[in-house]
Design a protein around this ligand. Structure first.
Ligand SMILES: CCCCC/C=C\C/C=C\C/C=C\C/C=C\CCCC(=O)SCCNC(=O)CCNC(=O)[C@H](O)C(C)(C)COP(=O)(O)OP(=O)(O)OC[C@H]1O[C@@H](n2cnc3c(N)ncnc32)[C@H](O)[C@@H]1OP(=O)(O)O
Length: 203
């Protein structure tokens, strides 16, 4: 099935990457005008004053900055969950995620680990209260830098359930070695999906 919005997001990803490769040059002025013209076209496509309502009505997250196929900030990663509950995804981080020269920004590591820990939990909710599982605490340890342009694996697994509190742990590995490890505490909110009109769940 054609997915025009995914295609547009993909085109935008390409542009963001290219923008980080070109030198500052007055000749880029016409690019600015062209981009504004494209944005004007997009602006004419929606009239929703609260566009975040869109995410509440989707079956699967498509908007988020990690695996959201409609979000140009996301690479996006594809998270798979094994039969033992381990969630994992492979990713080659590129220039938009750079912190130190040639290396992944530490905050991006936190973002990706938060997301994959969260998915390890939301795929294993038996015995957990039916609220939204939100991150309450995330603790990271940076062991080694994560190089850009190399295959990294982000993986996570649930470690315990204690009433509304669910814990998960995970890591970003490169070449089989752990570069960043994380432990997270997730808490089921007292607000439940049924309390949010039109919500189909999701976290
Ligand atoms: C709220 C609505 C959420 C709506 C979500 C909607 C849709 C989602 C749809 C799609 C999702 C798509 C993609 C998502 C993918 C990944 C997402 C990544 C995860 C996130 O990006 S998610 C956002 C960031 N996250 C937050 O935005 C949380 C803000 N926060 C709160 O919402 C509250 O703060 C909360 C609920 C955490 C607790 O509030 P509360 O009032 O329910 O807590 P309460 O007092 O009842 O405590 C009960 C027991 O937890 C202990 N406890 C409480 N807080 C603690 C803490 N921080 N650290 C350690 N322990 C804590 C107490 O000490 C007590 O322990 P004990 O039982 O032993 O006494």
């Amino acid at each position: 099935m054609p997915a025009p919005l995914e295609d547009v997001a993909d085109a935008l990803r390409r542009m963001m990457d290219l923008l980080l490769r070109v030198d500052d040059d007055p000749a880029l002025g016409h690019i600015t005008s062209e981009l504004h013209a494209v944005s004007d076209l997009l602006e004419a496509e929606f009239d929703d004053e609260r566009p975040f309502d869109k995410m509440l009505h989707s079956d699967a997250p498509r908007h988020d900055p990690v695996s959201g196929v409609e979000n140009a900030i996301a690479p996006p990663i594809v998270v798979e969950v094994d039969s033992d509950g381990t969630a994992h995804a492979e990713v080659d981080f590129g220039l938009p995620y750079q912190g130190p020269k040639g290396l992944l920004h530490g905050g991006i590591s936190a973002l990706f680990l938060d997301h994959v820990l969260s998915l390890a939990n939301s795929n294993n909710r038996s015995g957990v209260d039916n609220g939204f599982l939100v991150t309450a605490q995330l603790s990271l340890r940076y062991h080694k830098p994560v190089p850009l342009f190399e295959r990294a694996t982000v993986s996570a697994r649930q470690t315990s359930i204690d009433g509304r509190k669910v814990r998960a742990a995970g890591e970003i590995s490169v070449g089989g070695e752990v570069a960043v490890s994380a432990e997270g505490l997730f808490i089921a909110t007292r607000i439940r999906p049924a309390d949010v009109p039109g919500d189909k769940g999701g976290a």
